[in-house]
Design a protein around this ligand. Structure first.
Ligand code: BEZ
Ligand code: FE
Length: 291
């Protein structure tokens, strides 16, 4: 096709997809082209702005490696991650809601027993976390697997603070299994609010658009059990000043809970805290389905 103009270009690109023999890919590409072209028309995109966008995406690629995922940050801060999460996690109303996965999950984190301290030296106020995992009918889910991960009191995940040799010591993350009553408990540190990494192109985009980079204090959970949908979620700390302006739009009111402050003393499992400590008790309800 020759002499394509502003009015015929969109249809020409869509027609070029005619030989794509993967129906889903063709649907996605057709819609992507329609929306990209509509966007460029809508804002009357200039050549200079187009070049800036290409330079921005190039920088997002260059800063991304196995420890820093700027594309996920971009998706998160544009609300795309939360949109994909919500439209793929429609569940019965008494199920625990899902929220964003984020870029700081690590495969193969340390395995702990109920009662262990998963902080592994991460700095923060001591904390005791407990709860039960149930199905929608209220039945406890024994031997469910929990992955837990969180930042330290300075707002950093272990993967952001490698040691002098560049190795990551896994801290404030771990894998646990519920007991025969679906219950779990562990020690860790108090969740604190933190800014997402904002020293790269996504941080510049936030600053240029008048946005802050903060997430309210939260604890990440990924919970899996045979016969249930895997749940990826957080528990958010009640009272946090960023609950209404989470930079990645992940807060659900049903996921907000109280961390209760205690004087030194005995924890629910009979062990002692010699310094002031916090407790969080939160139950999760999983939807039936394939893991
Ligand atoms: C997180 O909660 O770990 C996170 C989520 C989205 C972007 C950055 C961090
Ligand atoms: Fe987080």
């Amino acid at each position: 096709m020759q002499n394509i103009n502003e009015d015929t270009i969109t249809q020409a690109v869509i027609a070029s997809l005619a030989r794509c023999d993967r129906p889903r890919l063709r649907t996605i590409m057709t819609s992507l082209v329609q929306h990209l072209h509509a966007f460029a028309r809508d804002v009357a995109l200039t050549e200079d702005e187009w070049a800036q966008a290409i330079a921005f995406l190039t920088e997002v690629g260059h800063i991304t490696d196995d420890k820093r995922q700027e594309f996920i940050l971009l998706s998160d801060t544009l609300g795309l991650s939360m949109l994909v999460t919500t439209q793929n996690n429609v569940k019965p109303s008494n199920c625990t809601e899902a929220t964003v996965f984020g870029p700081f999950f690590v495969e193969g984190s340390p395995v702990y027993q109920n009662g262990d301290d998963i902080s592994n030296g991460a700095h923060g106020a001591p904390c005791y976390v407990s709860g039960q995992i149930r199905g929608v009918g209220g039945e406890p889910i024994p031997f469910a697997h929990l992955d837990v991960w969180q930042s330290d009191e300075d707002g950093f995940y272990d993967v952001q603070t490698p040691d002098a040799s560049g190795e990551t010591v896994m801290r404030a993350r771990g894998r646990l299994t519920t007991d025969e009553h679906g219950r779990f408990h562990f020690r860790s540190i108090l969740a604190e609010a933190y800014p997402i990494p904002h020293d790269g192109p996504v941080g510049r985009m936030l600053a240029a658009t008048g946005r802050h980079p903060w997430r309210p204090a939260h604890l990440h959970f990924m919970i899996a059990a045979p016969g249930f949908e895997t749940l990826v979620t957080h528990v958010f700390r009640n009272g946090d000043p960023y609950l209404d302006s989470d930079v990645v739009f992940g807060v659900r009111s049903t996921l907000i809970a109280d961390w209760i402050e205690h004087a030194p003393g005995t924890a629910p499992d009979g062990t002692r805290f010699d310094a002031p400590w916090y407790s969080l008790d939160f139950d999760f309800v999983l939807n039936a389905g394939a893991a």
